[in-house]
Write a protein that binds this ligand. Structure first.
Ligand SMILES: [Zn+2]
Length: 156
C-alpha cells in the first residue's frame, strides 16, 4: 500500500501545495454551516492548472448536508468532466477561529475520490492537516480507502 508523506509545517510543502491550501482556506468563506459551525474548504488543481473549490453545505434536515470535498468533485464533474484532477487540499476551521483544525476526508468522500481517480485513470494526490498541525500528502485516493467498492463489482 502507498503511504503518506508527512510535513511538519505548511512551510515545508511545495509551492503548488501551499497555493492549493490557500485556495481551500478561501473556500471556507463560502461554507454554509450554521449547525456544526465547522467550516470546511476543499480545492482541486486540474491538469491545466484550473482550480475548483468547494465548501460544506448544511441543511436543517441534517442528513442532506454535503461535504466540501464532494461539492468540489461534483462541481468538477458537472463543469469539466474531461479534465483530470492532480491534487486536492482540504482544510477546516471553527467559525470565528482563524487557526486551522484537522479535516480528514470522511469515508464517503474517499469512496467518491476513488471513483474519480478510476474515471480519469490517473492518481489524485490528497493533502490535509493532522491533529498535530502537520500536513499529510497521500499519493492517491486508493491509499486512503484500500479495498473500496468499484464499478466492476456491480458486474460480478
Ligand atoms: Zn466527506
Amino acid at each position: 500500500m502507498n503511504s503518506s508523506e508527512r510535513f511538519a509545517s505548511i512551510d515545508d510543502l511545495d509551492s503548488e501545495s501551499k497555493y492549493l491550501v490557500h485556495k481551500a482556506k478561501e473556500a471556507t468563506h463560502h461554507s454554509y454551516s450554521p449547525y456544526s459551525k465547522f467550516q470546511v474548504g476543499a480545492a482541486l488543481i486540474l491538469d491545466d492548472n484550473t482550480i475548483i473549490t468547494g465548501a460544506n453545505q448544511e441543511n436543517a434536515s441534517y442528513p442532506l448536508c454535503m461535504c466540501a470535498e464532494r461539492v468540489a468533485l461534483y462541481s468538477l464533474g458537472a463543469q469539466f468532466p474531461e479534465k483530470k484532477i492532480v491534487k486536492m487540499a482540504v482544510v477546516a476551521h471553527k467559525k470565528n477561529h482563524k487557526e486551522l483544525t484537522t479535516a480528514a476526508p470522511c469515508g464517503a468522500c474517499r469512496q467518491v475520490l476513488v471513483e474519480y481517480e478510476q474515471r480519469q485513470q490517473s492518481k489524485i494526490q490528497i493533502l490535509f492537516m493532522t491533529d498535530e498541525m502537520a500536513w499529510l500528502k497521500y499519493p492517491d485516493a486508493e491509499s486512503l480507502l484500500p479495498g473500496s467498492f468499484r464499478q466492476e463489482h456491480l458486474l460480478l
